[in-house]
Design a binder for this molecule. Structure first.
Ligand SMILES: [Zn+2]
Length: 679
């Protein structure tokens, strides 16, 4: 994953996908706001999230196959059903070999063919297990990892190919910290009960995988302990999640010759040669500390232990493609224990993810043809343009920014690239051979294709037309190196957007999402990139200082939010997202006030236009998340939990006070001087 790209929400489907067992949502599409989900016993000035969504929260049961449930999931589920109908149709008819219908249909069918998959057990991995078994030392181990076609570098070497932050027109390979199975470094050392339980479950999971490939249970336990100890050592070299957000500190352009000298054991030249990147002489290394630690550690690890780790990684990464016991073991750890999901999602939903990830733009083509109306793109573009105009006015009027900084900021704003719905040109998967009876092989083929596609980009110009999300995705992103904001077709539907909804609802919902993504290009990270997407300081010193003072206030505010018992939000980790939420509501509101409804007073459902705007906003963020999942999110997710994505921005927003008569003494009330205002 590219660290700098800002997504609207963290993937909904880390381990699970949406459920079809959920009852029909009660929202009626004639009103566009679910009044029945409100809890009017709560004062809006004390807790607006609960005022707007409290009854829904109380009455909604998170489906058993989910880690959380809310507006994003409901829409995700609808999209999944649409995808299912496309895939079922594609899998059913005798599509021409090599056509995209045949590719997506047969990939889907192969994943549903559990008879074949279960019969094979772990047969598909046996050749590679033998390869690991024959390794004699760490150098051979590195060569084995790097020369993998489908997963070069394995879990040890993390990389992505993308724009060089300081030369955004050029792609480079960028190496980052890796090697861990648990969500982040603190999971290896924290001593609270819930983390200890996770480590114990991890040991059981690792041991289980070994027993499934024929290791006796006592040896399997020893191997599991070895792996945890090894990862614990590696974790110490990892940076904290919040420290990964500094684009300058995480930018290190290095020559391969220098790296090879600095880390002789890793031998970067040999490593890149094994990856068939023989002509690459310059790379980016996000976190050299990790690689230095790996360089020191690897030669000291007994080869037997290193092989155990490689075997575990291979099984762990492929368990979802193997027979039921492997898949079940993986779900038990990541799904049930780590994220608290009581039941595994249906098979077809899990398989659909592999089609979306593996052949996403083939599936996406079929998807938008059937489900994305051209008029939605037009209306969305109008909304985006309206918000852009508002942003321009706001920057012009800022009282804390000097004219010279404003000038550059406005050039950047004017050059925003807006991508809506789906790419102008589709990716070509014609070289990927998909067979109806080979799920493991098919998925490997898609991995190999993606690696080839990525590697072919290195040291080549950036294709600015490329998308990083597939069309059915219920999400959005901002990418500072392309100076772009991107909204896939999947999110441009109710409750985010509906062509028949009133402006209050649309601006509060998708309008805020647009403003959120726009603000990302000026958040604490995004502001460090210029109009061409280059990481370059274009701020006066005084302006940068004023920006940092303002944002520190936001950090402090969010640090004070309590999520669970004594678990606090990490204000530094979530700063960029919180700024985007605050900017998003501000821009959307001002743009809404330019509409006829925004200037009127006519009530709908008993609410003024402004009240409906805020209710529409709160409705898209209504979500319930399991405690286990919430803990992982607080530790790793740059997004605040949804309740704070509503209450956080509003506590800083005077028009909200006016709309709901928020008074001193109420929990969301802050005197004006304490309200955070950045953009
Ligand atoms: Zn965001």
């Amino acid at each position: 994953m590219r660290p700098i790209v800002k997504i609207l929400v963290t993937a909904l489907s880390v381990v699970a996908v949406a459920s079809c067992q959920q009852k029909e949502e009660t929202t009626t599409r004639t009103s566009f706001f679910d009044k029945s989900g409100m809890d009017t016993t709560v004062s809006p000035g004390d807790d607006f999230f609960t005022y707007a969504n409290g009854k829904w929260v109380k009455e909604t049961k998170i489906p058993d196959d989910q880690t959380g449930w809310g507006s994003f999931n409901t829409l995700y589920e609808e999209n999944l059903q649409k995808t299912k109908s496309i895939l079922t149709e594609a899998a059913g008819a005798g599509a021409k070999t090599g056509s995209i219908e045949q590719q997506v249909g047969d990939l889907y069918a192969s994943g549903l063919d559990t008879t074949t998959i279960d019969k094979l057990g772990y047969e598909p991995l046996k050749a590679e297990l033998a390869q690991i078994g024959a390794l004699n030392d760490y150098k051979e181990a590195l060569n084995y990892l790097a020369s993998s076609q489908s997963n070069p570098g394995g879990k040890f070497i993390g990389y992505y190919v993308g724009a060089d932050d300081r030369q955004s027109s050029l792609n480079r390979i960028n190496f980052g910290q890796a090697g861990l199975s648990l969500p982040e470094k603190d999971y290896y050392t924290k001593t609270d009960e819930s983390t200890k339980k996770i480590r114990t479950a991890f040991l059981n999971y690792a041991a289980k995988l070994f027993t499934l490939v024929g290791v006796d249970s006592l040896s399997a336990k020893t191997k599991a302990n070895t792996i945890l100890a090894f990862e614990t050592a590696l974790a110490q070299s990892h940076k904290e999640q919040a420290d990964l957000r500094d684009p300058v500190a995480n930018y290190n352009k290095l020559s391969v010759a220098d790296l090879t000298k600095q880390m002789p054991n890793l031998n970067w030249r040999a490593l890149l040669n094994s990856m068939k990147l023989t002509s690459i002489d310059t790379v980016l290394v996000g976190q050299p500390g990790y690689y230095k630690a790996l360089d020191k550690t690897l030669p000291t690890v007994p080869i037997g232990e290193l092989k155990d780790k490689l075997v575990f990684d291979l099984l762990d990464e492929n368990a979802r493609l193997l027979s039921q016991p492997f898949e079940q073991a993986r779900y038990e750890f990541y799904g049930r224990t780590l994220y608290g999901q009581p039941k595994q999602a249906d098979r077809w939903k899990r398989v659909t993810q592999f089609v979306d990830r593996g052949l996403g733009e083939a599936l996406g083509q079929l998807w938008v043809k059937k489900y994305f109306p051209a008029e939605a793109k037009e209306r969305m573009l109008t909304l985006v343009n309206n918000l852009q105009k508002v942003y321009r006015e706001r920057i012009e009027k800022l009282d804390w920014m000097a004219p010279e900084t404003k000038k550059v900021a406005l050039v950047k704003l004017d050059r925003f690239v807006k991508k809506i719905g789906y790419p102008d040109k589709w990716k070509d998967y014609s070289e990927v051979t998909i067979k109806r009876d080979d799920f493991y092989g098919n998925v490997q083929q898609t991995y190999i294709h993606h690696v080839k596609e990525d590697f072919a980009k290195i040291n080549k110009p950036v294709d600015r037309a490329e998308w990083m999300m597939t069309p059915p995705t219920v999400n959005a992103y901002a990418n500072p190196t392309n100076n772009e904001i991107v909204f896939p077709a999947g999110i441009l539907q109710f409750p985010f957007f509906d062509k028949d909804a009133d402006d209050a609802i649309n601006y509060g919902a998708i309008g805020m999402v647009i403003g959120h993504e726009m603000t990302h290009l000026f958040d604490d990270q995004g502001r460090q990139y210029d109009a061409n997407g280059n990481l370059r300081d274009w701020w006066t010193k005084a302006d940068a200082e004023r920006f940092n003072t303002k944002t520190q206030a936001v950090v402090n505010q969010y640090n004070n939010f309590t999520v669970l018992d004594n678990l606090h939000l990490n204000g530094r980790l979530t700063l960029g997202e919180n700024l985007a939420d605050l900017g998003g509501i501000t821009l959307a509101y001002q743009a809404f006030k330019l509409t006829k409804q925004g200037q009127g007073t006519e009530k709908i459902d008993g609410f003024t236009p402004d009240q409906r705007f805020f209710l529409g906003f709160a409705q898209v963020w209504r979500t319930k998340v399991r405690d286990e999942s919430l803990r992982v999110r607080v530790a790793t997710d740059p997004h605040s939990p949804d309740k704070f994505r509503v209450n956080g921005p509003l506590t800083n927003f005077a028009p909200f006070y006016a709309a709901f008569d928020v008074k001193p003494g109420q929990k969301l009330y802050k005197p004006e001087v304490q309200q955070a205002k950045v953009w």
